[in-house]
Design a protein around this ligand. Structure first.
Ligand code: BES
Ligand code: ZN
Length: 632
């Protein structure tokens, strides 16, 4: 009771603390209380147990003069019996709200005090028979989902560019919505853009520009709000097969054709593994370098970082990953961000199966081991952090940014958990189980607990497999029964590095050995170099193998190594890299290595580079790097 009273008074303080809002009505407060204990997603304020959006129609204008999106979000609601609908909003200007299909019955609304992570609750007064809620709004400059780029940061350098990033809880910064992955909605949109640009969405897409600059989109399958996405740029469409292709600036069209040549084969392979592809088309859009991720699985239109265009198809596993999300994540979705491993762990597992089917087991194992190396590093960092419980698969992110869950735990521990089950029951049974899982839970959301129940019922009990599932899900670290994968190719690379370490010379790197290694082999080589190598040897390695100028994945590991080893000879290349690339996982380690250095000049260097680079980063990356630079 005490806690109830306390919560109630905090709520009152919160609600009245904001001078902008009108006095709060008693029934609204009672409604908050009623739903408080039945809302299980800690990252949404929506009263989803009472009322849900079924369909969202957006009528939006994209204004590149002022960098503002404005218009109306029309929510068609499920049948309900309530007087309030709560939406999530963050940094949005709400101009007015009306009810009804005709958009003419103005109603009252309130916005409570902003929480720095969740944003605000938008409470709209409705009646028990309200069907349509029309929210008239515009975005603000600081909308975290939006990255507005000037022409100078695009490939063609002539046209501006805009893209959105919704996952995990950023959709609320560009669309007022019930922003929880536990609810699925269909959506449609009318989008007006400057006449020289083409908008594309995670929906049915145009192939060409039209004279009016007005475009219509439809996503008839139900998706969670974090998958609503928009990109606007000077795009041409390059088909790669009858079901797939890329939207990119025209300058990148040929590069896409070559790099993604294997995409039709990948789609075929994925369908053979876990059932038919449900989203009609699998297109991709190539974003600018600021994009904070390697890829983002927006349905029908995966968003891709241009760093994937390595020129040698060596980073194609990212596309296998985003494709795999068409099943794990988009078809069967984590019910809350505490269950994030259900999205990513399954996807990393599935990605690896696609890679194995197309490129062979040796390559797939190499990829899995590199991930394991990353996991080992993350496990020790998490064990020493303020939140050692972050190494549980089931997370407890209440009160924290769901971004905190985006670690190797969900991705790699999750995937190794599934591999360990596969090893216990055999691949055939595991594949049949996964096929049934994707069919049974298609277009639904699922919690970890529900998955575990299903796993025991359908797979473990019938096959008398005795695995300590709870240890994987609710314990820290990595259980002892985790499968071990080994690769001779990577062991050879580690030995090669050790030869350099012990001989302190690069003579051991014969000319033939230098050429044919794949990205992951070089990563293993770099990761096994001693931090005590002399500047001279490090410089020679760089001269011979040209790590500082290689692909962005190798560059990231190399710059981390150089920063840790205190090598300064490639600071120009390092700076150029950090200024150009905004992909968070690649650059955060470089900043971290610089800031962990004992040499204060490295900290100053990191800060100076960040000042130059920060306008080239999306808010997601900018916030992460700002935190790293603060933690001195
Ligand atoms: N869905 C994620 C990206 C994401 C996760 C964005 C959480 C926001 C919050 C995407 O599928 C992803 O995992 N991308 C990886 C690809 C890699 C694991 C192959 C990336 O960006 O590096
Ligand atoms: Zn993913």
């Amino acid at each position: 009771m005490k806690t109830l009273l306390l919560t109630f008074s905090i709520l009152l303080i919160q609600l009245t603390g904001n001078t902008q809002v009108k006095p709060i009505k008693r029934d609204l407060i009672q409604n908050y209380q009623r739903i408080r204990h039945i809302t299980f997603d800690p990252h949404s304020r929506a009263n989803l147990t009472q009322i849900k959006t079924e369909h969202l129609h957006l009528d939006l204008n994209v204004d590149f003069e002022n960098n503002v999106i404005s218009g109306v979000a029309q929510h068609k609601m499920s049948a309900h019996n309530t007087n309030y609908a709560f939406f999530d909003v963050k940094d949005l200007n709400i101009e007015k709200i009306t009810l009804g299909k005709e958009d003419n019955e103005e109603t009252t609304f309130e916005i409570d005090m902003k929480d720095s992570i969740l944003g605000s609750r938008l409470s709209v007064k409705i009646t028990p028979t309200t069907e349509y809620i029309n929210i008239h709004y515009s975005t603000r400059k600081n909308a975290d989902a939006l990255d507005w780029l000037p022409p100078s940061l695009t490939s063609g350098k002539k046209h501006p560019f805009l893209y959105t990033q919704g996952q995990a809880i950023l959709t609320r910064t560009w669309i007022p919505c019930q922003d929880s992955p536990s609810n699925r909605i269909s959506y449609s949109a009318k989008v007006t853009v400057p006449k020289d640009l083409l908008p594309v969405m995670s929906a049915s897409n145009p192939i060409k520009r039209n004279k009016e600059g007005v475009y219509h989109f439809e996503m008839n399958q139900k998706i969670p709000t974090y998958l609503i996405a928009l990109a606007v740029g000077n795009f041409t469409y390059t088909p790669l097969g009858d079901k797939c292709g890329t939207y990119s600036e025209p300058e990148l069209s040929d590069a896409c054709k070559y790099e993604f040549e294997d995409l039709p084969k990948m789609i075929e392979t994925a369908q053979n593994l876990y059932g038919s592809y449900q989203w009609e088309k699998f297109d991709m859009v190539i974003l600018p370098y600021s994009f904070p991720f390697g890829g983002m699985e927006n349905p029908r239109l995966t968003f891709v970082n241009p760093t994937i265009l390595a020129g040698d198809q060596s980073l194609i596993s990212v596309i296998a990953h985003e494709l795999a999300h068409s099943w794990s994540g988009n078809l069967v979705t984590n019910a809350s961000w505490n269950d994030f491993w259900l999205n990513e762990g399954f996807t990393v597992y599935f990605e690896n199966r696609i890679m194995e089917a197309i490129y062979g087991k040796e390559i797939a194992d190499v990829l899995a081991i590199i991930e394991f190396q990353d996991l080992t590093a993350s496990l020790s960092a998490i064990a020493d952090s303020e939140h050692p419980e972050d190494s549980h698969l089931k997370l407890k992110l209440k009160g924290r940014d769901p971004d905190c869950g985006m670690t190797d735990i969900a991705y790699v521990k999750g995937a190794y958990f599934l591999r360990t089950i596969e090893a216990a029951v055999g691949r055939e049974k595991f594949d049949a189980f996964l096929n049934d899982y994707f069919t049974k839970f298609a277009f639904q959301t699922i919690t970890t607990e529900k998955f575990v129940k299903y796993l025991r019922l359908k797979l473990l009990t019938p096959n008398a497999v005795d695995m300590d599932i709870d240890a994987w899900i609710y314990n820290q670290g990595l259980p002892n029964d985790c499968v071990v994968i080994s690769s001779e190719r990577l062991e050879n690379m580690a030995s090669l590095a050790k030869k350099v370490n012990s001989s302190q010379t690069t003579a051991v790197l014969g000319p033939t050995e230098r050429k044919d290694f794949i990205t992951q082999e070089w990563q293993t080589f770099i990761r096994n170099l001693s931090l005590n190598l002399s500047d001279d040897v490090i410089r020679k390695i760089d001269e011979q193998i040209k790590f500082s100028e290689s692909n962005p994945i190798i560059q990231s590991d190399w710059f981390v190594y150089c920063a840790k080893a205190g090598y300064q000879g490639n600071r120009k290349e390092m700076e150029a890299y950090l200024v150009k690339i905004g992909r968070r996982w690649l650059i955060e380690n470089v900043y971290l290595a610089l800031m962990s250095s004992e040499n204060k000049d490295d900290h100053l260097f990191a800060k100076k580079v960040f000042e130059k680079a920060k306008d080239n980063y999306h808010a997601v990356t900018r916030n992460t790097i700002e935190e790293i630079l603060k933690g001195e």
